[in-house]
Design a protein around this ligand. Structure first.
Ligand SMILES: [Zn+2]
Length: 591
């Protein structure tokens, strides 16, 4: 591992809770249960003849408290589990906390049914503090309008454990354990997919072929799982009165269908930019066209290494260039050991940022390997962490924001660091490739996933689909997005088996929020370049309001119209400029 002489830090979590059996942890469980019981009692009494506004104020207070304790306990438990998946006590506690959530959901359903008959505007006139929760309360009313009878909602939640969630577990069980022999050694899907980064094309191709063989073998159970999950979503959506899966998805993203249409249409129109990038990358690799297994191929045989100390210094320095506050935050988080950086035995893969609302702190989980990609991941997660920092003194219900806006905050910080690296690096081609490879995933590949999922919803409403039909829809989607830039015979028809997101029972169209986040972040970054340091204030205000308004309202306040295609074009223009720079660098290298 290229981490130099610096030891990678483990995060500090003792101060959150020493352990599960410690008094602080058990006290907090008790407190959460007490608040839940109090809420149940409060609901039982109902507003009655009393003042609606007062009753609502107390409701908000109780929901805030239940949520904040629940969140803190679950976050700590998940942190313990993900750094050591063999920690049996953490696994057991996760199960217990999950169970405790079911009665909380039941109380929320009851709450919404009472809320339905309350005149909110009249209450807001009486209570200023209540008025700050207008967005939350309206959203709860909207949810109520799409709620089945309480007994049916309870049955649906119950059956989810044995229905949808089981299908989803089947998918993770198959994809985490299925393996095949590769050059004399057993390799899992994850190991084979990681070989997509290998500099040797023969290795990448063989790994891709072996991976396809695994999916060919496993396609039948996976196709039944996907039919089950999408079928259940369609039935539940219909019973809850959603006209289409999009209606639910845009509600969860706090945008409108018009916003989604504008975003998708801008992505479609800009596909030629990405094809231009892919053609240049093919040229750089000495190929006529890219195959699916070339998408992640490295273009640099000696990439720059980043030690932990260098990473800390670089991230802090770049963040400070944006604002002193962001730089100070990064320094604080590094100094206080908020990052678990080292990959280790038993630790899960990937990276995440998690909030601890009672402590007003966050922690960042990573598997740092010493490349620029790893540094960029730290910047991304710190973007989430800074968002949490800005919101730390707000009531819990004002800190709940959708994925679209969450990913804007993270990708914005990633962009600060990328742009800084691009200015200072002597190896421009490598830094540009890092950015464009990931943008190509976020725009081109995510668009293919969007097409695929849309057509699955449409066809599944009529009948069950076979594995072959899923594959053919996936190839059609890749055809529309990658088009001429990718070899027709060397695509990936089993991407529907790979991505766990399709198997989520709660969220459909999991992917476009990343495209939203990237393009919104780039548009904000363009503003920063135009306006300079004073933009930091606008940025912080946007973050501070993410839990209080819809994404449309929030961005309108900052002067943007996300329902218009031209807004999205701004972010795409930033990518187009980087593609031109990349093409010029490739031409230079060819000479
Ligand atoms: Zn993120």
């Amino acid at each position: 591992m290229a981490t130099g002489t610096n030891k990678l830090p483990d995060w500090e979590i003792e101060s959150i809770y020493p352990d599960f059996n410690d008094k602080k942890f058990t006290d907090h469980i008790q407190k959460m249960n007490d608040f839940k019981d109090a809420f149940q009692k409060h609901l039982g009494q109902g507003p009655g003849a009393a003042d609606d506004a007062l009753w609502l104020e107390k409701s908000i207070d109780l929901i805030n408290n239940i949520s904040i304790y629940g969140h803190n306990l679950e976050a700590y438990t998940y942190m313990r589990y993900s750094t050591n998946t063999r920690d049996a006590s953490a696994l057991k506690m996760l199960g217990q906390l999950e169970k405790m959530r079911i009665p909380v959901n039941d109380t929320l359903i009851q709450f919404r049914n009472i809320l339905k008959d309350i005149d909110l505007q009249a209450c807001f006139k009486k209570s200023n503090s209540l008025a700050t929760f207008e967005f939350f309360l309206n959203e709860e009313k909207e949810l109520q309008a799409h709620q089945m009878d309480p007994e049916l909602e309870n049955l649906a939640a119950d059956l989810l454990q044995t229905g949808g969630n089981s299908w989803s577990k089947l998918h993770s069980a198959i994809s985490s354990t299925a393996s095949i022999e590769f050059r004399g050694e057993k390799k899992t899907v994850t190991e084979l997919r990681n070989m997509a980064h290998d500099p040797d094309r023969a290795v990448r191709k063989e790994a891709w072929e072996k991976e396809l063989q695994i999916w060919e073998r496993e396609k039948t159970p996976l196709s039944f799982a996907l039919n089950g999950i999408k079928g259940a979503s369609i039935s539940l959506n219909a019973r809850r009165g959603y006209n289409s899966p999009f209606e639910l998805s845009v509600f969860q993203s706090r945008i409108s269908e018009k916003t989604l249409k504008a975003l998708i249409s801008a992505m479609e129109k800009n596909l030629p930019i990405f094809r231009k990038y892919m053609d240049a990358k093919a040229k750089l690799l000495g190929l006529e066209k890219l195959s699916f297994y070339d998408l992640f191929a490295p273009v640099d045989s000696q990439p720059e290494e980043f030690s932990w100390d260098k990473t800390k210094a670089f991230v802090t320095e770049q963040f400070t260039k944006f604002s002193q506050d962001l730089g100070d935050f990064a320094k604080h988080a590094f100094d206080k050991n908020w990052v678990d950086a080292a990959p280790k035995e038993g630790k899960t893969g990937g990276a995440y940022c998690i909030g601890l609302p009672l402590n007003k702190e966050t922690r960042v989980f990573a598997n740092f390997g010493g490349t620029f990609d790893d540094l960029s991941t730290i910047a991304h997660e710190f973007g989430h962490a800074y968002h949490g920092w800005v919101l730390k003194d707000y009531p819990y219900l004002h800190t709940d924001y959708p994925m679209t806006l969450a990913e804007t905050a993270s990708i914005f910080c990633e962009t600060i660091v990328f742009d800084g690296a691009l200015q200072s690096s002597s190896n421009k081609i490598s830094i540009l490739e890092h950015f464009l490879m990931s943008s190509n995933q976020v725009i081109t590949d995510i668009l293919s996933r969007y097409y695929f999922e849309s057509s699955v919803f449409e066809k599944r409403a009529e009948e069950e689909l076979s594995a072959e039909e899923f594959s053919s829809l996936m190839l059609d989607a890749q055809d529309k997005t990658y088009g001429e830039a990718m070899d027709k015979d060397e695509r990936h028809k089993y991407m529907w088996a790979v991505k766990g997101h399709y198997y989520s029972t709660q969220l459909a169209f999991y992917n476009y929020p990343y495209a939203f986040g990237q393009l919104f972040a780039l548009a904000l970054f363009q503003q920063f370049k135009k306006i300079g340091p004073s933009f930091a204030e606008t940025y912080v205000q946007i973050l501070a309001d993410t839990g209080k308004f819809s994404a449309i309202e929030l961005t309108k306040r900052a002067g943007f119209d996300i329902e218009s295609e031209s807004f999205w074009q701004e972010g795409l223009d930033y990518i187009a400029e980087r593609v031109d720079e990349f093409v010029a660098e490739v031409d230079k290298a060819a000479k």
